[in-house]
Design a protein around this ligand. Structure first.
Ligand SMILES: CC[C@H](C(=O)O)C(=O)SCCNC(=O)CCNC(=O)[C@H](O)C(C)(C)COP(=O)(O)OP(=O)(O)OC[C@H]1O[C@@H](n2cnc3c(N)ncnc32)[C@H](O)[C@@H]1OP(=O)(O)O
Ligand SMILES: [Co+2]
Length: 142
């Protein structure tokens, strides 16, 4: 399992981009809206992983609620899995608690699911399956 991305919550993508631009990273592709999560996303590639900047689209989104209660900054870490359904079953077998019964759509056609922050020892942890792996894992998408 590899680190897929680090999710950073920001009220404004341009403001949130400033440190990463100063560090010498450049945005990968265009900003993308992920309706299912109520976010607009800008991505900076950092080696095999990415920094995923997340700005809320609407007040009731998870990121908006997070920013009501927390300063902008680190929101979650995400790990790339080959077969998200198999990983969910394996982790449930070890007592893991997920925030949704089933995975859903993430960025760039990925399939994602989140574990409860309490299970993550205080960190919101996301599992992320990329489309190319979804085909191999028996065509499971969201
Ligand atoms: C574009 C998609 C992209 C991708 O990778 O493809 C994404 O990553 S989208 C990212 C945004 N979506 C999500 O985060 C979905 C999962 N999150 C949730 O369902 C909620 O945010 C939830 C349940 C984690 C928190 O909901 P809410 O803010 O309404 O509840 P509370 O404020 O009452 O929090 C409950 C409890 O959890 C702690 N908490 C909340 N957010 C975080 C966090 N990011 N990291 C760590 N802990 C978090 C909060 O402190 C409360 O703890 P407690 O001890 O009960 O006070
Ligand atoms: Co994410």
């Amino acid at each position: 399992m590899k680190l897929d991305h680090i999710g950073i919550a920001t009220p404004d993508l341009d403001l949130g981009s400033e440190p990463y631009l100063a560090l010498g990273f450049t945005p990968e592709g265009e900003d993308e809206v992920v309706e299912a999560q109520g976010v607009r996303v800008r991505v900076f590639r950092v080696g095999d992983a990415v920094v995923e900047l997340l700005a809320p689209l609407r007040p009731e989104s998870a990121i908006a609620r997070f920013l009501e209660k927390n300063r902008p900054g680190l929101h979650h870490t995400a790990y790339r899995v080959e077969d998200i359904h198999a990983e969910m079953a394996r982790l449930r077998g070890q007592g893991a608690t997920f925030l949704s019964e089933q995975p859903g759509p993430g960025l760039h056609g990925t399939t994602v699911v989140f574990l409860h922050p309490k299970w993550g020892a205080g960190t919101l942890i996301e599992l992320c399956q990329h489309p190319q792996e979804a085909q191999v894992a028996g065509g499971h998408g969201h």
